[in-house]
Design a protein around this ligand. Structure first.
Ligand code: ZN
Length: 124
């Protein structure tokens, strides 16, 4: 089952970089990158309800009706190595508002499954 992390994000910046490789996922205007890295499974914005940059391996899951990217049933379907980053930003518009953005990152792929990497990290 995928893991799930809640983050209180700075209202001023929608920028998000891949925690695995540092590639841009959302720029400072909250625009999804046109060139997602291999770790990104998808991004999601609650106000819009749409998925951005869905990876091939999860496209079928995300096409199901009424899917919410953070309920237990959905999390079961993602690879074990997935971490869901849920960024919540609070601010003031005509009143207090919040925006929730989710980025699903898969920390391992076939190339990275060599466990010796974790026992012998570079520079150790
Ligand atoms: Zn990446």
């Amino acid at each position: 089952m995928a893991q799930y992390i809640d983050i209180h994000n700075n209202w001023e910046s929608a920028r998000f970089h891949c925690p695995a490789c540092g590639a841009v996922i959302f720029d400072e205007r909250g625009e999804p990158t046109p060139n997602p890295c291999k770790h990104l499974l998808f991004s999601w914005i609650d106000e819009v309800g749409d998925f951005y940059n869905p990876a091939d391996e999860v496209k079928q899951i995300l096409e199901e009706d009424d899917i919410l990217p953070f309920d237990d049933e959905t999390l079961e379907k993602f690879p074990e190595t997935t971490v869901i980053f849920r960024l919540v930003s609070f601010g003031m518009a005509c009143g207090p508002v919040s925006i929730t953005v989710i980025h699903a990152i898969n920390f391992l792929d076939e190339e990275d499954t060599d466990s010796s990497y974790f026992c012998n990290p570079p520079g150790a």
